[in-house]
Design a protein around this ligand. Structure first.
Ligand code: UGA
Length: 431
């Protein structure tokens, strides 16, 4: 089937490449010409394991193309995916101006029937608005359907998540739209759930908010564990063995970040409010998440007493391991706050050094290795749980540090071993 993708960001690019991998012909367009030139040159605008090789393979097979206008996308694809950003507004809602703009472009280019699919994360009832825009700006009698097909991919595991999803959600309004999307996804051999449009939109916000809630829940438990002298890892293990709860997303630490959870929780709260329901539970989820960082910064202050003038090594800058994404990263936030308090920060991240440098400016030294960052440091902070940090030669790190203190914000290291090595070691919710 011919498929077009409008918006070649993380979601659009991965979706396009994976649809091509499953045998479809895909055209990806983007308003950012630089990005398209980059992609045509075989380079990736984002770091995602396996993506570059996959893109190379499907382009060589002639099934994936980059470039063109939104009108070209409409001419090419029987299905047109909208994958443009929906950034937060100052009040926490989702800015839907890109979605609206693209919908107008699609409308003006409509000739034959097209199925327009929202894949960007949007508040419930966006599909309704898209349908209205299409009807308003398209020529009279133009045939189209609107559907919602939310993505559930995680950065760092995006290809695996897209090729082998737990479920594919299809929010449709007509039988025709359902049949087209079923055919599109048949090669994926994954469970398909067909719903109405609004329910599909809600599934995405409800799922992300629930996962964020799980993280805040365990971070609240971590706080209680610290006060009571219990271990949050043991509590999480005991809870996770209950199949109704499950072991995932119960890792306590600095809380969630990234381009999805913070934005989606706030947007879900905003749309709920608009619908007349005050989702106070989500406000609390956000509060607990913010508090996890505050507590960690306080711990650093407890250890160092006076932060000003101290040298602090920060290990990890990305919002989670296996990505170079620093958007809403708890690690970057902690680094920034300590730098603002007058500490000398020496940071290292296996992938996110450069993107973080742009965010942090000149006040923070970005180092080429963990060892370099820790050299002469009064204290080291583990802020993102990269595997590399678990495997570090900590005995050697101890020798190069001015004072052997490690504050582990992700519970990535073994407390017993760290103390045996002679470190003053503190983590989150563990005695
Ligand atoms: C998330 C969802 O997991 C995807 O299903 C969804 O498609 C995506 O958002 C999206 O809306 O596009 P992602 O943001 O890539 O994916 O990252 P996650 O792996 O879910 O992690 C989110 C944050 O939660 C990270 O900062 C991570 O460190 C944190 N986290 C995760 C914890 O603090 N504890 C945990 O136990 C798990």
């Amino acid at each position: 089937m011919n498929v077009s993708i409008i918006g070649t960001g993380h979601v659009g690019l991965v979706t396009g490449a994976c649809l091509a991998e499953r045998g479809h012909r895909v055209l990806c367009v983007d308003s950012d010409e630089k990005k398209i030139r980059f992609l045509r040159a075989g380079r990736m605008p984002i770091y995602e394991p396996g993506l570059e090789a996959l893109v190379r393979r499907v382009r060589k097979a002639g099934r994936l193309h980059f470039g063109g206008t939104n009108a070209d996308a409409v001419a090419f694809g029987k299905v047109v995916f909208i994958c443009v950003p929906t950034p937060p507004t100052p009040s926490g809602g989702a800015d839907l101006s890109y979605v609206e703009g693209v919908s107008r472009d699609i409308a003006r280019a409509l000739e034959d029937y097209r199925l327009v699919v929202e894949k960007s994360t949007v508040p419930v009832r966006t599909g309704e608005h898209v349908r209205r825009v299409l009807a308003k700006y398209a020529r009279k009698g133009a045939a189209f359907d609107v559907a919602s097909n939310p993505e559930f991919l995680r950065e760092g595991a995006a290809i695996e998540d897209t090729l082998h999803p737990d479920r594919i959600v299809l929010g449709v309004e007509t039988r025709r739209a359902e049949m087209i999307l079923r055919e599109l996804y048949r090669p994926f051999r994954a469970p398909i759930l067909v719903t109405d449009l609004k329910s599909a939109e809600l599934i995405k916000h409800a799922s992300n908010s629930f996962l964020a809630l799980k993280i805040s829940y365990i971070n609240a438990i971590a706080e209680i564990c610290e006060r009571a002298g219990a271990s949050v890892t043991e509590v999480a293990r005991g809870m996770g063995l209950d199949r109704r709860i499950g072991p995932e997303f119960l890792r306590a630490g600095l809380g969630y970040g990234g381009s999805c959870f913070p934005k989606d929780v706030a947007a879900f709260e905003a749309i709920s409010r608009e619908l007349g329901y005050h989702f106070r539970l989500l406000r609390e989820v956000r509060r607990i998440n913010a508090e996890a960082r505050d507590r960690f910064v306080r711990k650093v202050e407890e250890e160092l007493w006076i932060v000003r003038g101290k040298t602090i090594a920060a290990l990890g800058l990305s919002f989670k391991p296996d990505t170079d994404d620093v958007r809403e990263s708890p690690a970057v936030d902690v680094v920034r706050r300590l730098a603002a308090k007058g500490a000398r920060l020496r940071a290292y991240d296996p992938r996110a050094g450069e993107p973080a440098r742009e965010l942090l400016g000149g006040g923070v030294t970005i180092c080429g290795s963990a060892l370099e960052a820790c050299t002469g440091a009064d204290c080291a902070l583990l802020l993102t749980e990269w595997e590399e940090f678990r495997r570090l030669d900590w005995a050697r790190i101890r020798r190069v540090m001015a004072h052997p203190t490690v504050l582990d914000g992700r519970n990535a290291l073994d407390p017993v071993r760290m103390r045996e090595l002679g470190f003053t070691y503190r983590s989150v919710g563990r005695p």
